[in-house]
Design a protein around this ligand. Structure first.
Ligand SMILES: NC(=O)c1ccc[n+]([C@@H]2O[C@H](COP(=O)([O-])OP(=O)(O)OC[C@H]3O[C@@H](n4cnc5c(N)ncnc54)[C@H](O)[C@@H]3O)[C@@H](O)[C@H]2O)c1
Length: 445
């Protein structure tokens, strides 16, 4: 019989999710507006929160014979959808209704009934610099002498939003464009170096890092939905620890990479080899346009490429995976809008070295897959904060293409291990026993 999780190792009482939770998104584009519109639509009973674990998933508790499987939201004190209030920053001044129409994800039948709600969400002026996102040119931008000034303005925005909307707590999910590729340097090594670099207007400090710093300073959990370097620097991780703030990232795991993290563990589980994996995509939304810039694409490419190596571990299984070829392409193709099409050609190897192929043609809707991820990250990060968790939230790896992990640890990419980790973390925090799937006790008389 498995023992209950030791109560000493978890917070004794987790405060309830009382009052309103402000969800702020840097970026009011396709993903952010689809997320906000979807929550409002669910609140009005017009749709179901499909794709969201916090709203729809159950969690098994105890032995199978106990038949206890409540909804996650019945076990865990999460903020209710009715208590969510939305805000955003964007260099483009469009309100959420106009932005959603331009994004072209949702149809009139879904947008019109909530038009007033969306029109009331107007973006605050952004911290934005063209050199980090070259394909966007917006005028709704903050001015300041130093990057530190700009970050202080973001902190003020958070306080003002909280007060104006009578929120008890805030959470931030980065839904803005992918910035150019930056490697962590000495400016990101310590909090002191980071703050000095902000004051010196150092190029190594990007706008997304300023949002992350400002959030942590305000005690606001921060999730990074894009692949660019931001909260995954030693400086900001240290700051998050010091301030007791949960952080997570990076890059929402939605279409093709989500598929990879399902198929690759399957190949490895059966000890089938891989010779090559070619992935190509066409998409025509603004994200696709931004990713058409090679510097932004490089950031995305790095994030997408890391997945297979970590799952397949060629260093442990050289006969199966050594030197496999992995190519990822994204092509901007305007007629497609947000309806991305991805093709994967997977060359696998079986018994006696015989080759086989798997083809995947995924006609997905990027923002439809990303929106419930934004919701879950917001609710779980707020819960994590109340539960006293701080720093990197590895249990939220489930949602990310390029999950953050402690220094020296391999990130976990396998979707099913990630899911087990997520659910076991919830069980642990709520004082329920871990599920090991051993199950021998059912067969012992
Ligand atoms: N949709 C998906 O499946 C998916 C998956 C993984 C990651 N992402 C990432 O999520 C992000 C959002 O995707 P999207 O499709 O909504 O893109 P989008 O282009 O529709 O929206 C991004 C918005 O961010 C704004 N922006 C740019 N820089 C900003 C800044 N410094 N501050 C505030 N706003 C800023 C842009 O003006 C734009 O309105 C992208 O980085 C994308 O790579 C999306």
């Amino acid at each position: 019989m498995q023992g209950k999780t030791s109560k000493a190792s978890r917070p004794t009482t987790i405060p309830a999710a009382t009052g309103r939770l402000g969800v702020l998104t840097p970026g009011l584009g396709a993903v952010a507006t689809t997320f906000m519109a979807g929550v409002e639509s669910v609140r009005l009973g017009r749709s179901k929160p499909i794709g969201s674990l916090t709203q729809m998933a159950t969690i098994r508790l105890g032995k199978r014979t106990e038949k206890r499987a409540p909804l996650i939201k019945e076990l865990v004190p999460l903020a209710a959808l009715d208590d969510l209030v939305f805000g955003a920053w964007d260099p483009i001044p469009d309100d959420a209704y106009t932005a959603a129409r331009k994004a072209g994800v949702l149809e009139d039948r879904d947008l019109e009934p909530i038009a007033e709600f969306l029109k009331n969400i107007k973006p605050m002026p952004a911290v934005f610099e063209n050199r980090y996102v070259t394909r966007i040119d917006g005028k709704n931008v903050k001015k300041g002498k130093t990057k530190r000034d700009l970050a202080e303005q973001l902190r003020q925005d958070m306080r003002d939003f909280k007060k104006k909307n009578k929120c008890e707590r805030l959470v931030i999910v980065w839904c803005a464009s992918t910035e150019i590729f930056i490697k962590a340097g000495k400016q990101h090594a310590t909090v002191a170096a980071f703050e000095k670099a902000m004051e010196d207007n150092d190029e190594a400090i990007s706008p997304s890092m300023l949002y992350a710093w400002a959030a942590i300073m305000e005690g606001v959990p921060y999730c990074n939905g894009a692949p660019n370097l931001a909260v995954d620097t030693p400086a900001l991780q240290q700051l998050a620890q010091e301030k007791g703030v949960p952080i997570s990232g990076k890059d929402f795991k939605t279409g093709q990479t989500w598929m990879k993290t399902i198929i690759a563990p399957g190949l490895k589980a059966r000890m089938l080899g891989l010779e090559g994996w070619y992935s190509t995509n066409i998409l025509g939304n603004r994200d696709g346009e931004v990713l058409d810039d090679p510097a932004s694409f490089k950031t995305k490419e790095e994030s997408k490429l890391s997945v297979l190596h970590t799952i397949l571990q060629p260093e442990i299984y050289p006969d199966l995976y050594e030197g496999f070829s992995h190519v990822v392409r994204i092509n901007y193709y305007p007629p497609r809008g947000d309806n991305k099409e991805g093709w994967d050609n997977i060359d696998i190897i079986g018994w006696m070295g015989y080759p086989m192929q798997i083809k995947v043609n995924f006609l997905c809707r990027d923002s439809i897959l990303a929106a419930p991820i934004v919701l879950d990250l917001a609710l779980f990060s707020d819960f994590a904060h109340r539960a006293g968790l701080k720093g990197i939230q590895e249990w939220l790896s489930f949602y990310y293409k390029s999950p953050m992990a402690a220094a020296g640890l391999q990130p976990e990419h396998d979707l099913f291990i990630q899911q087990t980790k997520l659910k076991n973390t919830l069980r642990h925090l709520m004082g329920e026993e871990q599920i090991t799937h051993l199950g021998l006790e059912y067969y012992q008389s």
